[in-house]
Design a protein around this ligand. Sequence first.
Ligand SMILES: Nc1ncnc2c1ncn2[C@@H]1O[C@H](COP(=O)(O)OP(=O)(O)OP(=O)(O)O)[C@@H](O)[C@H]1O
Ligand SMILES: [Mg+2]
Length: 320
Amino acid sequence: MPGDASVGGVAEPSPSRTGPEGLVGIPGEVGVPKPDPILVADGIVRRFGGVTAVDVGHVEFQRGAITALIGPNGAGKTTFFNLLTCFDQPQEGDWSFNGRPLKGIAPHVVARSGLVRTFQLTKVLTKLTVIENMRLGAPRQMGERFLSSLLKPLWRNQEESNTASADELLVRFKMDHMREQFAGQLSGGQRKLLEMARALMAEPELIMLDEPMAGVNPALKQSLLEHVKSLRDEGRSVIFVEHDMDMVFDISDWVVVMAEGRIIAEGTPEQVGRNQAVIDAYLGSHHDSELDAIIHGDVPDHEVPIVTGDPDRTLSEEDR
Ligand SMILES: Nc1ncnc2c1ncn2[C@@H]1O[C@H](COP(=O)(O)OP(=O)(O)OP(=O)(O)O)[C@@H](O)[C@H]1O
Ligand SMILES: [Mg+2]
């Protein structure tokens, strides 16, 4: 374990380099090295025609911590997620997970290596039941392979163990009563929960959540928040994209801010909250919005999120 130095049998107490403790005292500067990074990106550029959607110099994400990726609409957050998880490939740049370069790796191989993501538009399969969706999250499906399908007992054992893990997760996410329902019958918020639970079937080391709260009602939001925190408590690393600033401030150990494809700030929530470049970026894209009111003191901060989400867009449009 990092920080567990022991000399001559005597344990030297030292602060952990991993998790939130490792971030204490790190300066809030763009590109700042982290003591124990799980994901590192360098010089990532993604253009769509004439639009540069992502142009990130250097960023490191701390292991065992919750990092929020925030920024105005169109800042490039989802595109950056797609690139880091290999659902899309950049024109330039390199990135690595646990020290392993990911360029050119297929997304399902990335998932098997411990990096799993969820989508801004949920990708649960509406015509399958909740438990069937969960089973699809298991990293290895032996029955898929011809040779292993000949070894039916082995395959059946694996399927039973996948189902047992899925049922455990459904209990943990309080969705066990919905086990046999079609995912298409669930609300937008319940689908978000199902997608997060399904991602955990792969037992990821790092889970990346793209707007886990968008379109989720306040009661479910609270339980999603608790689930995200419990992931960190289990030692997993979390990176999430979110527009709801209450959530960002509530659970993040570190915040990375994007605007127009670039990272313009990073630091603790308090540091980025008073960063002028961040305030300007939000003002630039939200003239006459609620943020003007917040910054100019017309409305108390806690009553209005900095940027409102776009719940309608996130309710499984592809499912309709
Ligand atoms: N497949 C694509 N083809 C062309 N342009 C794209 C594509 N995907 C994204 N873009 C453009 O890249 C930019 C960044 O988009 P992206 O979806 O990554 O932003 P975002 O920060 O996730 O925004 P939001 O908060 O609204 O989800 C936008 O200008 C968008 O129009
Ligand atoms: Mg997005």
